[in-house]
Design a protein around this ligand. Structure first.
Ligand code: ADP
Ligand code: MG
Length: 694
């Protein structure tokens, strides 16, 4: 393997490449346009495009593609080759500024949430120069934002870019108020920890539920799961190690700062964490990471499962999204410093986040609501469906002193006694060690732990940016023009800390007591996607998005529809898959086993041997298969009731009628699996799947 320093970014048209290859004036103009968000003129785009093409050709590329992120959760790309005929039967390789800046694609096949009806089906991809172009599979990929004819956002990227601008603008007002005239620009940064499962390809592909739905719909408990905790941070198996090596190489090539890798809690579960970057780039990188994970896995005869809950009974997968806010000089404004009580910039930002999380719990919740994540949130392993914040002892102490007006007594640093003289005492971390909190302050960043593993981080990030931008806006409106600014700031901080106390929770988020207490505190508890979705069309939230230029009302309503449509479509596929697996595979298999048992019983009887075992098993299994058939029919009938309804209207039926029937069918199926001889059972078991790479 070549050196990481040589591989890293070798397939990226990054700043270093641009500085080296572009004429100085072009480079400056491009930088300026990225920095200020102003439009780039065509002449400059032409020069950039030409050089991008030359660079790509040198790297072996033949095609270019506008790479975008429609609301399907995955990325899309339409490839065009660089070839252009010159009239004498030969071609040259061409790529113009126009082709770089704008692309047209048929928008009608992507989710548009009713906007399709109102607007033309055409969709446009617009170059996002804040994100670097890169080469993937001999194709020059140009990161773009995808919108409808009238400019309505049809993707994950557009609202995120808009939110970056919103928080940047509002935060700059706060910087002025705080006397930080040295700050020229504010951005947010994200590091997304990606969890995933790796399953042997052949074993995985023998399960239609994994192939169609990415999660097991059936499967009895294996004798061993994660109770021994022997997988978490365990030594990485050679086969997985090889996979990770190649994964890192591929990620590094496209400039992804893959840093940490380890085994996770469940058997066959792993994690990759990159070093954080600016949020819009982090979004692109995470989408690419998911794609590369899947691709590299296949080369190793593995399947990478990104679903939030591929298996019941073991941990699901999330994507902890670490978020912070920093200046153009890279100063992290969420760094509390030695004396956070005197760090007013930090305190005002902390107050802004606290107010945002409390006022817009519903939006944060809906930003992580998907059918897949519904199985994870609140499952006593992941954060609950209730949003609360954890700040840690030290900050709690600071806030308490501000709220009560009592002087701050220094918290004694707790020394962890390690028991051995040779080991130095370690100062106990006073921030993050509440792993159950959905939104924890972890030293110099917030860790939002609710996003699902296969979800785009776009939703969570644009919501977070926007709600904090709103706090900043309110703060700035109030503070600007104050005569005694210091006093006004102190007063505001105290007021906000006092008012939003209810959002702070330090206890165990997995308990039933917390659910009761949260209710008493008036916190939201939306248990599933269908219940969470209306937040998107709540007047207060529509207004918020309008105010900050994130979404028009039409766009907000479209997102609501898409959320429910996706839910209904997914549940429908799951129900149909389950019906197929049980009717076409399990019932016949069980019937064959019964036949086998019956023949044995008859043979025994003929020989004068008591066929007690066979008869008992046969009776039990026959009764269960009759029950299974009933449950299949009931599930099928429930699915049929959705026919003719709009997808939005189907969603609650899938939640309330179909899903419970799927669960009932699973119970019967899992009982049957336990009773049926292995050679007859048509699918790999949980044990086969979870320990397939051992
Ligand atoms: P843990 O598993 O304990 O949460 P990791 O080191 O695995 O910690 O992951 C932490 C993640 O947070 C990494 O992706 C890291 O780059 C990211 N991170 C660290 N500092 C910041 C920051 N200031 N802003 C955003 N993300 C950060
Ligand atoms: Mg983490």
């Amino acid at each position: 393997m070549a050196k990481p320093t040589e591989i890293f970014g070798s397939m990226v048209f990054n700043d270093a490449v641009m500085r080296e290859r572009l004429p100085k004036a072009t480079y400056q103009a491009l930088r300026e346009s990225v920095y200020s968000g102003s439009e780039l003129n065509v002449d400059i785009a032409n020069v950039v495009a030409a050089e991008m093409k030359n660079w790509a050709l040198e790297k072996g590329a033949t095609h270019f593609a506008h790479w975008f992120q429609p609301l399907t959760g995955i990325t899309a790309e339409k490839h065009d080759s660089f070839i252009a005929p010159v009239g004498d039967g030969t071609v040259i390789m061409e790529f113009s500024g126009k082709e770089l800046i704008k692309g047209e694609s048929d928008g009608s096949s992507f989710p548009s949430g009713g906007m399709r009806a109102t607007f033309e089906a055409r969709g446009y991809t617009n170059w996002d120069p804040t994100s670097y172009a890169f080469i993937k599979d001999k194709t020059l990929c140009i990161p773009t934002a995808f919108c409808a004819y009238g400019g309505e956002a049809l993707d994950e990227k557009t609202p995120l870019l808009r939110s970056m601008e919103a928080i940047g603008n509002q935060a700059m007002r706060i910087m002025k108020i705080m006397g930080r005239d040295d700050v020229k620009k504010i951005t947010t940064n994200v590091g997304a920890e990606q969890e995933y499962f790796l399953i042997d390809k052949t074993t995985c592909e023998a399960r239609p539920d994994l192939v169609y739905c990415g999660r097991t719909l059936l499967g009895a408990k294996p004798p061993k799961r994660q109770e021994m905790d022997d997988h978490y941070f365990g030594a990485i198996q050679p086969r997985i190690k090889l996979f990770m090596e190649e994964l890192n190489e591929e990620l590094w090539k496209v400039g992804i700062l893959s840093k940490t890798q380890h085994n996770e809690a469940a058997p066959s579960q792993h994690e990759m964490a990159p070093i954080f970057t600016e949020t819009s780039l982090a979004l692109d990188h995470n989408q690419l990471t998911m794609e590369i994970l899947a691709k590299v896995a296949k080369r190793h005869d593995l399947i990478c499962l990104l679903h939030e809950k591929p298996f019941i009974g073991v941990n699901g997968s999330g994507k902890h999204t670490n978020w912070s806010i920093s200046t153009d000089k890279g100063e992290n404004l969420l760094k509390p410093g030695k004396n956070p009580e005197n760090n007013k910039v930090f305190l005002i930002i902390l107050a802004a986040v606290m107010q945002a999380v409390d006022d817009y719990q519903d939006l944060l919740r809906v930003s992580v609501a998907t059918a897949g994540n519904d199985h994870r949130l609140g499952a006593h392993e992941a954060p609950p469906a209730i949003i609360s914040m954890f700040l840690g002892d030290e900050l709690d102490h600071v806030i308490e002193s501000i709220v009560t007006g009592q002087e701050l007594t220094k918290l004694k640093k707790k020394i962890m006694e390690l028991g051995a003289m040779a080991l130095p005492g370690v100062v106990k971390d006073t921030t993050d060690r509440n792993r159950t909190s959905p939104f924890a302050f972890t030293g110099n960043k917030f860790e939002f732990r609710m996003p699902g593993s296969q979800q785009s981080i776009g939703d969570a990030c644009f919501v977070l940016n926007t709600i904090v931008a709103e706090s900043f806006r309110q703060f700035a409106d109030r503070l600007e023009g104050s005569e005694n600014m210091e006093e006004a700031v102190d007063e505001l901080i105290k007021e906000v800390f006092t008012k939003h106390q209810r959002i702070i929770f330090n206890g165990d988020n997995y308990t039933d007591e917390w659910e009761k207490e949260a209710e008493a505190r008036g916190l939201c508890n939306f248990r599933n996607t269908v219940d969470a979705a209306p937040a998107l069309i709540d007047e207060k939230n529509i207004d918020l998005f309008k105010r900050h230029g994130i979404f028009s009302e039409i766009e907000s309503r479209a997102r609501y529809e898409i959320k429910l449509e996706e839910y209904a479509k997914l549940r429908n596929i799951e129900a149909l898959t389950m019906i197929d697996m049980t009717r076409k595979n399990i019932l016949p298999a069980v019937s064959s086993y019964c036949n086998d048992l019956a023949n044995t019983a008859l043979a025994k009887k003929e020989l004068g041997v008591n066929p007690k075992t066979e008869v008992q098993l046969l009776t039990e299994i026959s009764d269960l298969s009759a029950e299974m058939l009933d449950k299949i029919n009931a599930l099928e009938a429930a699915v049929e009731t959705t026919e003719g309804l709009t997808l939005t209207d189907q969603a609650p039926i899938f939640l309330k009628e179909v899903l419970p029937k799927m669960e009932e069918l699973r119970v019967v199926s899992d009982k049957l699996e336990k009773l049926t001889a292995e050679e007859f059972w048509p699918f790999p078991s949980y044990g086969d799947l979870l320990f397939s790479t051992k």
